[in-house]
Design a protein around this ligand. Structure first.
Ligand SMILES: Cc1cc2nc3c(=O)[nH]c(=O)nc-3n(C[C@H](O)[C@H](O)[C@H](O)COP(=O)(O)OP(=O)(O)OC[C@H]3O[C@@H](n4cnc5c(N)ncnc54)[C@H](O)[C@@H]3O)c2cc1C
Length: 473
């Protein structure tokens, strides 16, 4: 039997679900194909359960740090079973909502099975044929495992998926990879009392590209948890029920050494689609089209900003255009925004420092350290720094990098300003409450304003020129 449709979507994750909704606006002849299970990576094994684990870790850490305020407590006793019970049950609740949504869609528009291209308009799905006028690839990504580690370590090699099915916390864990996922999980488990060591393959810790802030990141996380840098030539071995790495023994090894797009096994070799030098899809991110055939791609499969909101946007664009084919529309994309839920948090809004320097942008940097920032000191979270980058001459905000308190919120303000095309002057004319961490952002903007010799902001007022306002003087 051959399923005939206008749009076939491969993968029912965040990007695939967004593509499905957008395509259904144009036609009912849409087929959403899923190889494993509904529920999305985000809800099952990604954003949501990792934040649940981090929230538990933060609660334990707050107890440990209470003495700094004069509040004496006992060391927290972490009930690993209760922690994991909450993580799993809340995770299941989130997954349940997603599964219910997909099950609410007509059965005739869904197909379970692993899809593979036979040609640009024909798929094989576990022996069934699908004929589609256009196809959206939304197959996501998976953890990259170094060659031989799986064979060598067997069930002692873990990936993020495994962590969220634990019924109890391990005694000890080696975490390999100091990118976003490795950093978040290692620190959460460290806060929960697991003996963790984070192995960074280079000296870099976290995603910041600004050399000064990257150095600060290395210092702060080196103080925050056991960290081994420049551990590129890692050679983990299994010894009975333990893993030995860097001379230390652990219950298991969590591999968070990057992710790779799920593009193998899709039969793409028959399509001859363009790739960039790194082998990733050369797609048009404003249309979602990959190459010049009616093939569209979205989400982590593209390797382009592997983040939830980007997957949803890209899925919407790809699904809409797949259904419109050949009348493809260009869509705007939002200002980039990435957040790491570490302690301290990290955010990159708009263009990163390395993007600006790579493209030869002419920009000035405004800086603030949170060490002496008023509200941050009040809260005992006065660690970190923020750099804001503005175009020289016009004062237009181009981007920012930050490690420090409330980065998840300040990152949003900055990304919104980048997208609006705000200048530093305009940003200084917006209200800043007192006392808040955002006053640190104002200090960095003022520095830019002074360095760039820009005219005074429209709402000129003496407080705006007075840094003592930060401490209520
Ligand atoms: C631990 C972790 C934490 C994260 N935290 C955050 C965060 O805090 N914020 C954030 O923005 N992002 C976060 N992310 C990233 C975010 O989860 C992803 O960017 C997003 O889920 C990608 O969605 P997707 O639709 O591309 O892929 P998925 O949701 O993975 O969907 C892909 C689907 O395709 C299916 N599939 C694959 N191959 C085939 C095939 N051949 N045939 C049929 N179906 C197939 C898969 O089974 C899967 O269901 C995190 C990720 C991880 C792993």
């Amino acid at each position: 039997m051959t399923h005939q449709c206008d749009v076939a979507i491969i993968g029912a994750g965040t990007a695939g679900m967004a593509a499905y909704r957008a395509a259904r606006v144009h036609t009912d002849r849409v087929l959403l194909i899923e190889a494993a299970h509904y529920g999305t990576t985000c809800a099952r094994v990604g954003c949501m359960p990792s934040k649940l684990l981090i929230a538990a870790g933060d609660a334990a850490q707050a107890v440990r740090e209470a003495h700094g305020f004069g509040v004496q407590t006992q060391a927290p006793r972490v009930d690993g079973r209760a922690v994991m019970q909450r993580v799993r049950s809340e995770r299941d609740r989130f997954v349940g909502f997603v599964v219910d949504t997909v099950h609410g869609w007509p059965e005739a528009t869904r197909l379970m099975g692993r899809a593979r291209f036979l040609d640009a308009s024909t798929l094989d799905v576990d022996g069934q044929r699908v004929a589609a006028k256009s196809v959206v690839i939304a197959t996501g990504s998976r953890p990259r495992i170094p060659t031989g580690w799986r064979e060598r370590l067997g069930d002692k090699l873990l990936i993020n998926d495994d962590v969220f099915d634990w019924t109890d916390l391990p005694q000890s864990l080696a975490v390999v990879g100091a990118g976003v996922i490795g950093l978040e999980l290692a620190q959460a488990l460290h806060h929960l009392g697991v003996r963790v060591r984070l192995f960074a393959r280079s000296d870099r810790v976290g995603p910041l590209t600004d050399p000064e802030l990257q150095a600060l990141s290395q210092k702060l996380f080196g103080e925050a948890l056991p960290l081994t840098q420049n551990a590129a030539a890692l050679d983990p071995v299994r010894d009975g029920e333990q893993v030995v790495l860097g001379g230390e023994r652990f219950d298991a090894l969590l591999c968070a050494a990057g992710r790779e797009p799920n593009l193998d096994g899709l039969g793409l070799e028959v399509l001859n689609l363009p790739r960039n030098a790194a082998g990733h899809p050369s797609l048009n991110r404003h249309t979602g089209q990959w190459g010049d055939q009616p093939i569209f791609i979205a989400g982590d499969a593209t390797n382009d900003y592997p983040l939830l909101h980007e997957a949803a946007d890209a899925g919407r664009i790809a699904g809409d255009n797949a259904a419109r084919w050949p009348d493809v529309h260009r869509r705007p994309r939002r200002a980039p925004l990435a957040v790491v839920f570490s302690d301290p948090q990290i955010a990159i809004a708009g263009a990163s420092h390395s993007e600006l320097t790579d493209e030869g942008a002419d920009f000035d940097t405004g800086r603030v350290s949170f060490a002496d920032q008023g509200r941050s000191r009040v809260m005992l979270v006065n660690r970190g720094g923020l750099h804001v980058y503005a175009e020289r001459g016009s004062g237009r905000l181009l981007g920012a990098e930050m490690i420090g308190p409330a980065a998840e919120h300040i990152g949003h303000l900055l990304a919104w300003s980048v997208q609006r095309g705000d200048t530093v002057q305009q940003m200084l004319s917006y209200p800043f409450y007192h006392p808040v961490v955002e006053e640190g952002l104002r200090t960095a903007l003022r520095q830019l304003h002074n360095d760039q010799h820009l005219p005074d902001p429209p709402l000129e007022d003496c407080l705006d020129c007075d840094t003592s306002a930060e401490v209520g003087a």
